[in-house]
Design a protein around this ligand. Structure first.
Ligand SMILES: [Zn+2]
Length: 119
């Protein structure tokens, strides 16, 4: 992967990550507002956010995506981005375009889903 291409991909993943993290934080703040009718104390909210489990009120999908992005960023650093974690084959460009943080090629992903649906 060329350096410029790598940088662009990292930037995309990092900005996507930022959007997700903000969405998760907002979800937590709204949750708190719903629980408490009193005025919102910002310092109090900040403390509460730190104390809360990060996954609190976060959808599975968003969490999985966030974890996937973190892993993809590590793989870019290691120079193995775009290779399937399972079989080592190249993950197709179309698939990476749709899901840049995909860790598995389509064949391995389908196999994994097949196994999960049976268990
Ligand atoms: Zn594979």
């Amino acid at each position: 992967m060329r350096a410029a291409q790598r940088k662009k991909l990292q930037d995309e993943l990092i900005s996507r990550r930022r959007v997700l993290v903000n969405a998760l934080k907002n979800g937590q703040a709204e949750k708190r507002r719903g629980d408490d009718d009193g005025p919102l104390d910002l310092a109090d909210t900040a403390t509460e956010l730190r104390n809360q489990e990060f996954s609190y009120s976060v959808s599975e999908k968003e969490r999985a995506e966030l974890a996937g992005i973190d892993e993809a960023l590590v793989r870019i650093e290691e120079g193995v981005f775009g290779e399937c974690e399972e079989c080592g084959e190249k993950i197709g460009d179309a698939r990476l375009k749709a899901i840049p943080w995909a860790p598995l090629c389509i064949a391995c992903q389908e196999e994994k889903e097949e196994l999960e649906s049976r268990s």
